[in-house]
Design a protein around this ligand. Structure first.
Ligand SMILES: [Zn+2]
Length: 309
């Protein structure tokens, strides 16, 4: 549905990012600045399909009640999203599969809702107005509950044959490794996501990821070792991506970026040793995302403009 030419729009777009732990909505103005933010926990467990849609619907309704009408509604969801907005598989949403998110939300809200992969949304936002601005060969990796990602090559967002490009989290790094919610073993996100850090922390006697990061920050030797192990796993995947696509910049986003001062120096160090012929090439620059946890929601808000709505 294209807006009629005689309707100038209100200059506000709504984006919702469905994460593994929370749903975050932002209203952005016509300069892509966030003017309001709304959030709900992401429902888990039995019946979560309807509950996740309810959470997104609640955010959209609350946002419109609060700020007034919006020109478009975009939603980013984790997992394999078809170009028609159908969520084919979402291991980090209790295995939700083959859900027509775009169709169902459009029906519920009686308006067009555009749906895309959450990390692709974050990529577009960081590429447009964040730390990847102006970079023609860019990889984005989001470290959160899982690992997502996206690619800009030759100045274009690359979606792959089916729109599924950038599922870096399920690159297998150990065929006999830890089981993954996707049904396979040894996926990179089992070793280098927030969930992985939480598991390493538990094994080391810490209460969880935030606790081990705090302890490492204050110099606890055991915590520093756990975080270094985590950093080395992050670097393994980043080096693989750099070897595969030769980016100018790799942007690291997702919820873990908040604690980058603890783990990122280790990632940079291990990256140098994991990269093929590091001493004979110009090295990809590792940058932290600048839009923080809002990147996915801002990119979702941009979907409307990208689709001419
Ligand atoms: Zn997996």
């Amino acid at each position: 549905m294209t807006r009629p030419p005689d309707s100038p729009g209100v200059g506000r777009r709504l984006g919702v990012d469905v994460g593994g732990t929370k749903c975050l909505g932002v209203v952005a103005d016509d300069t892509d600045s966030v003017i309001a933010e709304f959030r709900r926990p992401t429902p888990r467990g039995l019946g979560s399909t309807a509950a996740v849609l309810n959470a997104v619907e609640d955010i959209v309704r609350e946002a419109i009640e609060t700020v007034g009408p919006v020109d478009s509604v975009g939603v980013g969801v984790p997992g394999l999203v078809s170009r028609a907005g159908v969520l084919r598989a979402a291991p980090n949403l209790d295995g939700i599969a083959d859900l027509d998110v775009a169709g169902m939300l459009s029906d519920r809200l009686a308006r067009s809702v555009i749906v895309d992969n959450d990390a692709t949304c974050a990529l577009v936002a960081e590429w447009s107005i964040g730390s990847g601005h102006g970079i023609d060969d860019l990889v984005l990796v989001t470290l959160g509950t899982g690992i997502g990602g996206g690619l800009v090559l030759g100045g274009d967002v690359r979606r792959g044959a089916n729109g599924f490009a950038g599922e870096f989290g399920h690159m297998m790094v150990d065929p006999d490794g830890l089981p993954c919610p996707c049904g396979r073993r040894g996926c990179w996100e089992r070793y280098a996501s927030g969930s992985a850090l939480g598991l390493f922390a538990d094994e080391g006697g810490f209460a969880g990821g935030p606790e081990v990061l705090a302890a490492a920050r204050s110099g606890d030797t055991a915590a520093v070792e756990i975080v270094d192990r985590f950093s080395s796993w992050v670097a393994v995947g980043l080096a693989g991506l750099a070897n595969a696509v030769d980016p100018e910049v790799i942007v690291i986003g997702g919820g873990l970026v908040r604690d980058a001062n603890v783990f990122f120096p280790g990632v940079e160090r291990h990256f140098m040793t994991a990269l093929y012929s590091a001493d004979r090439r110009s090295l990809p620059e590792l940058r932290l995302a600048t839009l923080g946890e809002r990147a996915g929601a801002i990119g979702a808000a941009m979907l409307g403009a990208a689709h001419g709505r």
